[in-house]
Design a protein around this ligand. Structure first.
Ligand SMILES: Cc1cn([C@H]2C[C@H](O)[C@@H](COP(=O)(O)OP(=O)(O)OP(=O)(O)O)O2)c(=O)[nH]c1=O
Length: 194
């Protein structure tokens, strides 16, 4: 049987670390997509579309492989939050999220190039954030942690102190729902033609 090559289309150190936990050997080829978090689309459609664009971007640059990509956004009171543009945007996001509840959505796309098949799934985690004072927001932004995270916080980092409640997959909030990815990869490996 032809040896399958797995590729993670990501630059995220968190996604790389999470995928390693599943025990698969994989190459890392960062996508080159400019993510545009627009608001005239359902959050669930947006996050899956972005995950597909990332996987498809790398699929154009490799021979037959199984490509995994993901995208994570925050959906809060009708607003969609991606990564902050700058420290001011990070402050806007954290002020909006302070004292509220919201969903973290991660879209997963796996392209099985040998079979020309595409799998799309979505993970959803409910998060409740306590009230955060302006001084705490400014101090948190100073750490730099918020600047490359959707919603300008990291549940797995210094941002954990703001989290009042988590309902659902922790790894989904970090950016790669392992339960879902494991199931998708098992489906692909069980696919007799793969
Ligand atoms: C909500 C939340 C997001 N994040 C991260 C996950 C993602 O890396 C990032 C959202 O940005 P994404 O655009 O999903 O991903 P990325 O640009 O970091 O990486 P790539 O597109 O190359 O795969 O926010 C956390 O690390 N912790 C959290 O609690």
């Amino acid at each position: 049987m032809q040896k399958r090559r797995f590729v993670l289309a990501s630059n995220s150190s968190r996604r790389i670390a999470l995928l390693k936990l599943l025990g698969y050997k994989f190459d890392i080829i960062p996508h080159e997509i400019e993510e545009d978090v627009c608001c005239d689309i359902l959050p669930s459609d947006l996050v899956q579309n972005l995950a597909f664009l990332k996987a498809n971007d790398v699929a154009k640059r490799v021979d037959d492989a199984i490509i995994i990509a993901a995208d994570t956004i925050i959906s809060c009171k009708g607003a969609i939050l991606g990564k902050p543009k700058d420290v001011y945007d990070a402050k806007r996001m954290l002020s909006m999220l302070s004292g509220t509840e919201h969903d973290v959505l991660s879209g997963i796309c796996i392209i099985n190039m040998p079979l020309k098949k595409k799998l799309l799934r979505i993970g959803r985690t409910y998060i409740k954030i306590r009230h955060i004072t302006e001084e705490e927001i400014d101090a948190y932004i100073q750490t730099g942690e918020p600047l490359d995270k959707a919603g300008a916080y990291a549940i797995q980092g210094k941002g954990k102190k703001f989290i009042e409640k988590i309902d659902g997959s922790y790894t989904n909030a970090v950016g790669l729902p392992l339960e879902i990815v494991r199931e998708m990869l098992n489906n692909i490996l069980n696919d007799t033609n793969a």
